[in-house]
Design a protein around this ligand. Structure first.
Ligand code: BG6
Ligand code: MG
Length: 221
């Protein structure tokens, strides 16, 4: 491949918002009297808001009508955005900014590919709204990861062929979405969860342009 673009998932790759999602889902689960642990929360990573609610209801063996589901998902989002509104630039995960600036200086296009409808708010709060050439998120697509739509949308917005894109992802559903898009994929997190990726790193702190070029020659070709 010839690397022309990097597409970044947002939650869990550039910012650690999983803890805020957990706090908000936990509060809702308590209200619904459904036991919900941090281990259960792992299943929600990369999964859309409504699909996350379905998983929680399944854990509690509960069924709700569509109106109630919409109401509870909106309630969770209000609690979640109460946390997000208070985010500051120091919550950007270590190494992310340095790596993205390095890519931009080398003429590699950078985009966001996130399931979250709160992407614009998060980017604004942590002060990186203008850093990306394009943003594809939960507001611009219909189908949730592992469907490739959000990554294909990001590639289309920056005008790069999917075969020339590398995705950085922290969720198994996101890795599968990148593979379904015909892109290369670097997992960010634990190998046990992200084994399907072409390569796995613990965090963006462990990545730079030189390492990416070595990977491109040795693994991603
Ligand atoms: C993903 C998160 O990025 O976005 C999921 O990993 C979340 O946990 C999903 O459910 C949708 O987010 P939001 O902000 O639209 O509810
Ligand atoms: Mg993520």
């Amino acid at each position: 491949m010839i690397l022309k673009a990097c597409i970044f998932d947002l939650d869990g790759v550039i910012v650690d918002t999983a803890k805020y999602h957990y706090l908000a889902w936990k509060k809702l689960a308590e209200q619904l009297e459904i036991p919900f642990t941090e281990t259960d929360n792992e299943r929600l990573k990369g999964v859309s808001r409504m699909d996350s609610l379905e998983i929680i209801l399944e854990l509690g063996h509960k069924k709700l009508n569509e109106d109630l589901k919409k109401k509870y998902a909106a309630q969770k989002n209000t609690w979640y955005t109460d946390h997000i509104k208070r985010m500051t630039p120091d919550e950007i995960l270590p190494g992310s900014l340095e790596f993205i600036h390095e890519l931009r200086n080398a003429g590699i296009r950078v985009a966001i590919g996130s399931a979250s409808k709160n992407t614009p708010l998060i980017l604004e709060r942590v002060g990186i709204k203008g850093l990306f050439d394009a943003v594809a998120d939960g507001n611009s697509v219909e189908k949730a990861k592992p469907d490739p739509e959000v990554f294909l949308k990001a590639a289309e917005l920056i005008g790069v062929d999917p075969a020339n894109c590398v995705v950085f992802e922290d969720a198994a559903a996101g890795i599968q979405a990148a593979l379904n898009a015909g892109m290369k994929c670097i997992g960010v997190g634990a190998t046990e969860v992200l084994g399907k990726a072409h390569f796995v790193i613990p965090g963006l702190r462990e990545m730079n342009l030189e390492k990416l070029e070595i990977l491109e020659r040795e693994i991603l070709l």
